[in-house]
Design a protein around this ligand. Sequence first.
Ligand SMILES: NC(=O)c1ccc[n+]([C@@H]2O[C@H](COP(=O)([O-])OP(=O)(O)OC[C@H]3O[C@@H](n4cnc5c(N)ncnc54)[C@H](O)[C@@H]3O)[C@@H](O)[C@H]2O)c1
Ligand SMILES: O=P(O)(O)OC[C@H](O)CO
Length: 341
Amino acid sequence: MSELAELKKKIPTQVAVLGGGSWATALVKILSENNVKIKWWIRRKSDVEFIRKYNHNPSYLTDVAINPRKVKTYSKMVDALAGVEYIILAVPAAFIPSTLKDLNKKHFEGKKVVSAIKGMIPDENLLVTDWMERAFNLPLGQTCVIAGPCHAEEVALEKQSYLTIASPDLSLAQSFSNLLNSRFLQAHAIQDLYGVEYCAVIKNIVAMACGITRGLGFGDNFQAVLVSNAMQEIKIFLDVVYPEKNRDLNSSGYLGDLLVTAYSQFSRNRTFGNMIGRGYSVKSAQIEMNMIAEGYYAVRSIYSISRQHNIKLPIIEAVYNIVYEKANPMLEMNKLKGFLK
Ligand SMILES: NC(=O)c1ccc[n+]([C@@H]2O[C@H](COP(=O)([O-])OP(=O)(O)OC[C@H]3O[C@@H](n4cnc5c(N)ncnc54)[C@H](O)[C@@H]3O)[C@@H](O)[C@H]2O)c1
Ligand SMILES: O=P(O)(O)OC[C@H](O)CO
């Protein structure tokens, strides 16, 4: 290896992280412990000031220690983007257009964009990477997504976890995986960007359905059938909307993520659904959570896309009816019983 290459290898990679929620905080922990230099943009000025003073996020994963030598916090986004190699998007999808409204394509030139988001841009019904391509002319090959079963709370506790990094450019996915690998985290690279991105979006809706049934008093037997039927709905959707013959839906980036979200105590989407099942209104459940259940926005987009393609997805439809049409949750689940097998 040449001297210059050796030197380059020693210079820490610079990464901007946009977002101050649980997943952003967990990613900052993983990367900064791997000697990556983080420029962390957070929306609330008071949070930025708190982290600078106390080295902890005051609002999410408050126990995680932030290393000030590796992590600098910013409230002006363009300052956080200057000079970085990667930009990680970790803001819920619904807020992406407003969060990035002052940026233009120049801010992304020569940079790789990593979406850590598992949601859709509402109204436009677009995946985040698709939206980024249209909004900033960002080539898909410059983009990757972080997928796989990984709750931020477990990362904070250093529980063994696995991630799937997807990009049409496998070498980009591999390079980014290398930044994440650690003693408690293994990342692996694949190429099916839209496939894992759609699957991550739909599994959130399924987790809401699981929460609703739990809140209504259904048991484990019903939930197991619900989840296995949901996997078939994911397959039907992907085979029509984004077919790919080498996709392995049984792998952890797809099925694994569905299972963890459907069953974990940490799932925002499951918790949100559970409140609906117990009789909360959508508004009161959202206010009580202080976290974002992406499935709430996603179900409208996925329902709309499935109608455009003439695909019948009974579980998605039931959640859509409950959340957006004010349908009675028990009546919807009773209707669903007839479709499950
Ligand atoms: N938390 C996890 O375990 C986890 C794991 C994998 C992926 N993700 C994904 O990461 C993304 C971020 O979710 P999270 O779990 O970090 O969020 P969170 O629910 O922990 O926190 C909410 C986030 O939304 C932001 N927010 C709230 N209102 C806003 C507004 N009006 N404008 C802009 N931002 C606003 C908050 O600042 C905060 O960053 C989501 O797409 C989620 O699906 C989360
Ligand atoms: O807490 P949830 O429901 O947003 O899910 C978080 C992650 O996507 C799990 O992999």
